[in-house]
Design a protein around this ligand. Sequence first.
Ligand SMILES: Cc1cc2nc3c(=O)[nH]c(=O)nc-3n(C[C@H](O)[C@H](O)[C@H](O)COP(=O)(O)O)c2cc1C
Length: 189
Amino acid sequence: MTDDSRVLYLLACAAPPAQHLPTGITLAQQAGWDVCLILSPSAYSWQTQEELSDLEELTGHPVRYTYKRPGTEDVLPAPDAMLVAPATFNTLNKWAAGISDTLLLGLVTEAIGLQLPVVALPYLNAAQAAHGALDASVTFLRASGISVLLGAGGFVPHIPKHGDVDHYPWAAAIDALPRRAAPNGIRPT
Ligand SMILES: Cc1cc2nc3c(=O)[nH]c(=O)nc-3n(C[C@H](O)[C@H](O)[C@H](O)COP(=O)(O)O)c2cc1C
């Protein structure tokens, strides 16, 4: 990565595209982003040690999933933008409710107040999408400045058990990111 590359935090939750992260990482790198990967604890538990090593090699950064201990060094550069993908039903609702009991949620809840550019690309089924909490959460997040790519042009919820990770629209999410770096950033706490 060059010195002028922009730092993207890719924050992945525990839904099937979390098992295809190299696809999204590579696309973002091709768009000029220096990608740092942060996983929810559940998404972390889905990776083998070998997959985690490969992800660290691909990004050139440690993969984080828990808060650091107080007083320890930051291991990632500050972000210019964030992409939450896949964004689960669980995380979208907790994010909107202001819950920050994981590193991933801590970063995305603070990103609203810091006015960092954040894109969220959900992955969930139509039964989850029919729960009224989701509509309220997405409405709240959009009103808070988050670009939630749910619906036409983004992710369209599938029939339960009929997800298609091969057509997960990573490219649409990366296109929705800002072209220029925002001079901002919080580091993982
Ligand atoms: C095999 C499997 C597939 C899942 N697929 C989805 C999914 O597509 N979308 C979703 O929102 N949750 C899905 N879940 C449920 C989430 O993993 C679960 O709600 C978890 O608590 C999410 O945690 P996180 O949001 O912190 O990553 C799936 C769970 C399993 C075990």
